[in-house]
Write a protein that binds this ligand. Structure first.
Ligand SMILES: NC(=O)c1ccc[n+]([C@@H]2O[C@H](COP(=O)([O-])OP(=O)(O)OC[C@H]3O[C@@H](n4cnc5c(N)ncnc54)[C@H](O)[C@@H]3O)[C@@H](O)[C@H]2O)c1
Length: 383
């Protein structure tokens, strides 16, 4: 039987350096009998650059192919990517494994989703790839989101101490590896410690989850003592907020998975009520439910970016300046480690793609796809 061909497409989203397949998962797939085609990652057309060199994929046994060659690949090749396809309208004939962001009524969801049934293709969306027994996602980027978010929060704490209030945290860019990020954070913390005479006190809420574990690990690896880190999850927030422990910490990192309406963790009234006693100067909202009406951190309204990582909380007359980091693409700060962790978690399922309809996880993704397609307005299918 001819081998199953997986075609890793080049990403087209600006500043995306992560990859759904890595050289090591590619090698595992090739060793298992798959043929892996990898589009050149230099991103001449898209302006993005994959964190892994083409040569690393070639050494792993992949065949390097031209950017956007997936479009004309035989219909039975499975197209693997991470983020959205470029906004185009031609029908899609392949099975695509990716995050498509079109199942929750997002803007243009119908146009994006309709391309699959219009071309006879299938979407196996990575966001909803879950173990049918536990309902838990099989692969997610949470750990590195928390890790990166905590890094920026610590950097911001130190920055505020060493720069005038008029100068917000400078722009950041992706790091080639986590050791360089940790070294930078340690250096900033040392500068901050010199000014403050102490290291920060940090509260992480959602500490038992993926993002929360990453946030706690970053704090520890940067040298924040264990006793300075308050690790909260469901049990600690059951009493209902707002929480005094947040305004008494220097840094609050929110890492919860918001599933329903809950009392605010902190709000502007609580910040004002703390007056000059407030220590809190940095919030990193890793959960980034910025526009969700149930956001338990309703002290800001915009998502921030690597270019402008912070947004100030205005209107506080007493206490230190307070700013919020609400970046929704935090794992991109560490594209190598984030891709490695994600692709490794996905590997047991990637290895089943040669017979994916008989695998419960992929079959579940196809079932969801069909359910979502059934909700498409007929006008979307006619385009
Ligand atoms: N900003 C980014 O770049 C980025 C990247 C990845 C994920 N996320 C988001 O981060 C959030 C968390 O993701 P995850 O993978 O860590 O989820 P997870 O399910 O692994 O962990 C969530 C944790 O939050 C806890 N929690 C839920 N409600 C709580 C409450 N009211 N009080 C205290 N703890 C509570 C849960 O018990 C769990 O331990 C999600 O909303 C996800 O979309 C953001």
């Amino acid at each position: 039987m001819a081998p199953t061909v997986l075609h890793l497409r080049a990403e087209t989203k600006a500043l995306e350096h992560r990859s759904a397949l890595t050289p090591s998962t590619t090698k595992a797939l090739v060793d298992a009998g798959y043929e892996v085609h990898v589009e050149k990652g230099c991103g001449k057309k898209s302006g993005t650059t994959r964190i892994f060199d083409d040569a690393e994929f070639e050494a792993a046994g992949a065949t390097i192919v031209e950017e956007e060659s997936w479009v004309d690949a035989p219909a039975e090749h499975i197209i693997v990517g991470l983020k959205e396809l470029r906004e185009e309208s031609f029908p899609l004939k392949h099975t695509h494994v990716q995050f498509a962001h079109c199942y929750k009524g997002q803007e243009s969801w119908d146009t994006v989703l309709a391309r699959f049934p219009r071309g006879g293709g299938t979407l196996l969306d990575l966001e909803f790839l879950a173990d049918p027994k536990t309902g838990r996602r099989v692969a997610a980027f949470g750990y590195h989101a928390g890790f990166a978010g905590a890094a920026l929060a610590l950097e911001n704490w130190a920055w505020q101490l060493t720069h005038p209030a008029s100068e917000p945290l400078a722009s950041v860019t992706s790091y080639p590896n986590e050791n360089e990020l940790i070294a930078d954070v340690k250096k900033s913390l040392a500068d901050g410690e010199k000014k403050a005479g102490r290291l920060p006190r940090v509260i992480v809420i959602g500490a038992l989850g993926r993002c929360g574990k990453g946030a706690v690990d970053m704090c520890l690896r940067a040298g924040v003592p264990e006793e300075n880190i308050l690790k909260w999850d469901m049990a600690e927030t059951a009493k209902g907020g707002p929480f005094q422990e947040i305004v008494e910490s220097d840094i609050f990192i929110n890492c919860i998975y918001l599933a329903s309406k809950i009392p605010h963790f902190v709000n502007v009234d609580a910040l004002k009520a703390a007056g000059a006693d407030r220590k809190l100067s940095v919030i990193c909202d890793v959960s980034a439910d910025t526009t969700n009406p149930f956001n338990p951190v309703p002290v800001y309204t915009v998502a921030t970016t690597f270019d402008k990582p912070t947004v100030p909380v205005d209107g506080l007359e007493q206490g230190p300046a307070l700013s919020v980091i609400s970046i929704d693409h935090l794992p991109s700060l560490l594209p190598r480690e984030a891709s490695d962790a994600f692709s490794n978690d996905l590997l047991p399922h990637l290895l089943k793609l040669n017979d994916w309809r008989n695998d419960a996880v992929w079959a579940g993704a196809e079932k969801l796809f069909k359910e979502k397609v059934a909700t498409l307005p007929s006008s979307a299918l006619e385009k």
